[in-house]
Design a protein around this ligand. Structure first.
Ligand code: FO1
Length: 448
């Protein structure tokens, strides 16, 4: 067990009963340090190991699109978990009540949880910690270099975090422990009724389910292998071209924990793609993603104006009353009714496909800042739309992407402009220098 991944969430001592793993962010059986650690503890103590997941209604504005993707992935994960002799309990309701309730019912001697920097998740964990009388541990199976280990404070930029990650990356970039079958105990395996769980949850149906991408750990692995074989070799050359689409397409799988970032890092590192392509992709996968976890972990205002750097807040304030050439309401943005066909196409791409090209995400959010009545409205509009339509919404990456675009987070001051102040500006003309804008717009209008 890698001790650097473990953090104590209470000071209680272990009890004699079973070990329970509360799965939440890492919804997979393979490459899951927390599940492997729970199983290892149970084996050492000769007690059964149980796995639980708590379905929380309307998690941060999630709709049918997200719950359907998550539950289908989870259903397959549960099959794999059951095959290893592990029972899986599907709870419904407020996790801060339901998880301790199950722990009491099982007379668990220890509970292990996933690391997750989001406020709501931390509230669930805090309530669980209060209610549990036995050992409660957290394991970080999300970050290749564990978030709490790599830094003890909010990092200023990718530069400062990269230095820290680089120093110890090699000691974490190795195969995670395999999942061994539980043969020392034979707890009863509950039979789950997924359809009625989804029916009781009744998520918002106005954001429809997507046919693609397919959910689940197997689909995730296939997507990773195809990316490495077919697109990674060109990643460093074409990653900013939405027409080329050399992006990995892995972010929904990483968001729902159907694939471990460490697995992707290992496979990319071992691939025969050019070093420049591997380095460019690993920068996004490790440094940028882990910078997002670092920000959300150390800054409780990660999705609010108060979290933005002082220089950016001051500068945006100075330009608060600047004339806006165009001004749109959140509803007009949502309906893709702006004067800019590129912006509308990016928005439609997200609404129809649940994803948006990484380069366009920046342009999209910066234009929301330029055409909203205030920076605060812009930040909230961008977060709401991303959480509502993107499959990988409600993620540290999304909150940080918006804060970078509208509030200069992890960036530096640039030349002064109306509305933006010294926050970096992006223009459609700049996009046209990087890729064929009209071709992209047409490709999206063909989709809808
Ligand atoms: N995590 C849970 O533990 N229970 C849920 O019911 C749940 C729903 C959910 C819906 C959409 C979504 O995007 C995420 C959801 N998550 C849920 C959380 C997710 O696993 C991630 O941990 C965070 O969103 C990102 O850190």
């Amino acid at each position: 067990m890698e001790t650097e991944r473990i953090f104590r969430l209470n000071h209680a001592r272990p009890g004699r009963g079973p070990v329970m793993y509360w799965m939440s962010r890492e919804q997979r059986a393979a490459d899951n340090h927390a599940l492997a650690a729970a199983l290892e503890l149970a084996r050492e103590r000769r007690v059964p190991c149980h796995v639980a997941f708590c379905l929380a209604p309307a998690f941060a504005g999630a709709g049918l699109r997200h719950y359907a993707f998550m539950l289908e992935g989870l259903r397959r994960t549960v099959e794999e978990i059951n095959e290893h002799g592990l029972p899986f309990h599907l709870l419904e309701g407020e996790p801060g009540d339901e998880v301790p309730r199950l722990a009491r019912e099982l007379e668990a001697g220890a509970v292990l949880a996933d690391f997750d920097p989001l406020r709501l998740k931390r509230t669930w964990q805090a309530r669980t910690a209060e209610a549990l009388a036995v050992e409660f541990l957290e394991l970080d199976s999300h970050n290749t270099v564990p978030c709490r280990f790599v830094s003890g404070h909010q990092e200023w930029s990718a530069f400062t975090l990269r230095r820290k990650i680089t120093r110890c990356l090699d000691s974490f970039l190795h195969e995670p422990p395999p999942l061994t079958p539980q043969n020392w105990a034979r707890p009863e395996i509950p039979v789950l009724d997924w359809d009625s769980a989804l029916a009781r949850l009744a998520p918002d149906p106005t954001v429809p389910v997507l046919a693609e991408p397919r959910p689940g750990a197997q689909a995730a692995r296939l997507c990773m292998e195809t990316f490495i074989r077919e697109r990674l070799p060109r990643y460093h050359l074409e990653r900013n071209d939405p027409n080329a689409w050399v992006q990995s397409g892995l972010s929904p799988y990483l968001h729902f924990g159907q694939l471990a970032p460490l697995r992707v890092a290992l496979e990319v590192s071992r691939s025969s793609a050019p070093a420049a392509a591997r380095d460019a992709f690993l920068e996004e996968l490790i440094v940028r993603r882990e910078l997002a976890d670092n920000y959300c972990h150390f800054n409780p205002d990660y999705d609010r104006r108060e979290g933005l750097p002082d220089w950016a807040r001051r500068s945006l304030d100075q330009h608060r009353c600047d004339d806006r050439e165009y001004l749109y309401t959140p509803e007009e943005f949502e309906a893709a009714r702006t004067h800019d066909s590129l912006w509308n196409a990016a928005q439609l791409q997200m609404v129809k496909t649940g994803r948006m090209h990484g380069f366009l995400r920046m342009y999209w959010a910066k234009k929301i800042l330029e055409w909203s009545e205030s920076p605060e409205t812009a930040q909230q509009t961008a977060i709401r739309l991303n959480d509502r339509y993107s499959l990988d919404g409600r993620d540290p990456n999304g909150y940080v992407g918006v804060a970078w675009s509208v509030g200069g987070l992890h960036d530096r001051p640039w030349g002064r402009r109306p509305v933006f102040g010294t926050v970096r500006y992006m223009s459609r003309a700049g996009c046209a220098r990087k890729f064929q804008v009209e071709r992209f717009v047409e490709s999206i209008y063909k989709l809808v």
